[in-house]
Design a protein. Structure first.
Length: 130
């Protein structure tokens, strides 16, 4: 139930922020993150809501240190193959993270970095789908 409420909130937020037509279907990819600087791994759910051709609002749902989080932002790329990259902000909008990688056969593998101070600092890896 809690997961469904978070998903609905992400879909509504994506529609309000990005001007998305809510009739378009979001795509959910499940996977995992590895935050190497913190020595933490965990499950990750990414909800991609289309805003145009190869353009998405994205919300990452995960738990970190026992607390639920939603990092939301935008992404560019194809969810089936090729490069996929984006930028999201943490819950309180004070920290910015980027992700970048490749999708092959519907599976994304890439890296994430914090860019809050202007210079990207690698924070770990992501795998979604498959």
């Amino acid at each position: 139930m809690k997961k469904n409420a978070l998903l609905l909130a992400a879909i509504l937020m994506a529609g309000l922020v990005g001007g998305t037509n809510l009739a378009e279907e979001p795509t959910t990819l499940n996977g995992e993150f590895n935050w190497t600087q913190r020595g933490t791994k965990g499950e990750l759910e990414a909800v991609f809501t289309p805003t145009g051709e190869n353009s998405w609002d994205v919300a990452f749902h995960f738990e970190f240190r026992g607390e639920p989080h939603i990092y939301a932002g935008t992404a560019e790329g194809n969810l089936k193959k090729g490069r996929l990259k984006g930028s999201v902000k943490n819950d309180n909008k004070k920290r910015t993270f980027t992700f970048d990688g490749k999708v092959k056969d519907g599976v994304f593998q890439g890296t994430h970095a914090e860019t809050t101070g202007g210079k990207p600092i690698d924070t770990g890896t992501l795998k979604l789908g498959g």
